[in-house]
Design a protein around this ligand. Structure first.
Ligand SMILES: NC(=O)c1ccc[n+]([C@@H]2O[C@H](COP(=O)([O-])OP(=O)(O)OC[C@H]3O[C@@H](n4cnc5c(N)ncnc54)[C@H](OP(=O)(O)O)[C@@H]3O)[C@@H](O)[C@H]2O)c1
Length: 276
């Protein structure tokens, strides 16, 4: 298997997600000479070159080299156009193609490249921008074990990744971790506002909300106990937490969450059809 020091990677699209991955990979020990990127935006290229000392090009096919992995990191709306443009270089060099674009299927990627190629579809989330992503990945049948291991090394540079065996499960990953940060932000926003109504200052409410969320998440990660056990542990009978949880339950919070996740899953299914 190729180690991280031997992999050559080409990024197509050098925006936020590409920059996070490049930063994470360099932190993990890759050298700038192993990575190139293309992006039409001159300012973005200048930023990436200055930040990471990698070579960048305005033309997706320029100085393509022989990459082991090509990471497609452009917006889903332009995937078709970009893949058709870069197809000659990809088909000629036959790398592993990794997409981070939401809603674009491996079948669409193969179709737009016009070739049978190993393709991995990933679903990162915004905390990947600070190295704390939760990432779901699906590999098509042409991807071999070494390529899967290489992909893991790349995606683990910006967080924690899991494989799903069926591509349709990427819709569930999208509904859970892809969109998930927004659910937590919304919950935290309402928590903060509710605390302000109890006469805490906006500043104090914001600080306590964020620290509580971080503390609870770290405790959940580090504790061997289940979420349910952790919840029970902070809930004494007739206490304050019990009063709040009873209010949530009376308003059927479980059903509210189930419906929201289902809506996100359904929208993810619809989106891939819209991009076709
Ligand atoms: N950001 C996240 O946390 C996140 C999470 C999950 C998934 N994703 C996925 O990651 C992908 C990239 O998202 P992002 O947030 O990194 O977006 P972004 O910051 O807009 O990056 C996309 C880059 O692609 C460039 N581009 C435009 N046309 C191109 C072309 N023809 N060839 C090559 N590059 C081109 C854009 O340049 P211009 O700006 O000049 O157009 C931009 O620099 C998306 O598909 C998104 O679904 C992102």
């Amino acid at each position: 298997m190729k180690s991280i020091q031997d992999i050559r990677i080409r990024f197509v699209g050098a925006g936020n997600m590409a920059a996070s991955l490049i930063g994470g990979l360099i932190n993990k020990g890759m050298t700038a000479s192993q990575i190139t990127a293309s992006d039409p935006g001159k300012n973005q290229r200048d930023y990436i070159e200055k930040q990471f000392q990698i070579l960048t090009y305005g033309d997706n096919n320029a100085h393509f080299g022989m990459p082991d992995i090509v990471i497609i990191a452009v917006k889903p709306q332009i995937m078709k156009k970009v893949l058709k443009n870069v197809a000659p270089s990809i088909v000629r060099t036959s790398p592993l193609v990794v997409s981070v674009a939401a809603g674009i299927t491996t079948q669409q990627i193969k179709q737009w490249l016009g070739a049978e190629l190993p393709v991995v579809r990933t679903m990162p989330n915004t905390p990947a921008l600070i190295g704390q992503g939760a990432i779901g990945m699906y590999a098509n049948e042409a991807v071999d074990e070494n390529q899967k291991l290489m992909t893991e090394q790349v995606m683990d540079a910006v967080g924690t990744s899991i494989w799903v065996k069926k591509e349709s499960k990427i819709d569930a990953v999208t509904a859970l971790s892809g969109s998930g940060p927004a659910y937590f932000f919304m919950f935290m926003e309402y928590l903060q506002q509710a605390a302000e109504k109890l006469d805490l200052s906006a500043e104090d409410a914001a600080l306590l909300t964020k620290k509580t969320a971080i503390g609870a998440a770290l405790l959940a990660e580090r504790s061997p106990e289940t979420l349910s056990q952790l919840k029970d542990r902070v809930t004494s009978p007739n206490g304050t937490t019990a009063a709040a949880l009873a209010s949530f339950t009376a308003n059927d919070i479980r059903n509210i969450i189930e419906k929201a996740i289902q809506a996100a899953n359904d929208r993810s299914v619809e989106l891939s059809k819209e991009f076709d």
